[in-house]
Unconditional design. Structure first.
Length: 81
C-alpha cells in the first residue's frame, strides 16, 4: 500500500490541472524540476533502489506507455498505450 500511496502522491503533484491523466513529459519535467530545486533529500546518496515487481505482467507491450491512470475505487493503476 505504501508504494501505491507514493505513486498517487506523485500523480497528484504532477496533475496540477486535476485532469485525471498525466503524460510522460509532465512526469519527467516534474522530476527534473524537483531535482533541480532539491536539497540533500534528493542527493544521489539518498536515492532508493527499487526491486522488480512481484506482480507478473503478462501483456505484450508493442508501443510505449502513453498514460498511467489511478483508479481510486480499485486502488490500482491502468496503463494506456
Amino acid at each position: 500500500a505504501g508504494q501505491i500511496a507514493g505513486i498517487v502522491d506523485l500523480f497528484e503533484q504532477v496533475d496540477v490541472h486535476k485532469e485525471g491523466a498525466i503524460s510522460w513529459e509532465q512526469v519527467s519535467s516534474h522530476l527534473i524540476e524537483t531535482g533541480m530545486s532539491a536539497d540533500e533529500a534528493y542527493s544521489l546518496d539518498n536515492i532508493k533502489s527499487y526491486e522488480p515487481s512481484t506482480v507478473p505482467d503478462k501483456s505484450k507491450h508493442e508501443s510505449p506507455v502513453d498514460k498511467l491512470i489511478y483508479l481510486d475505487k480499485l486502488d490500482s493503476l491502468a496503463c494506456i498505450s
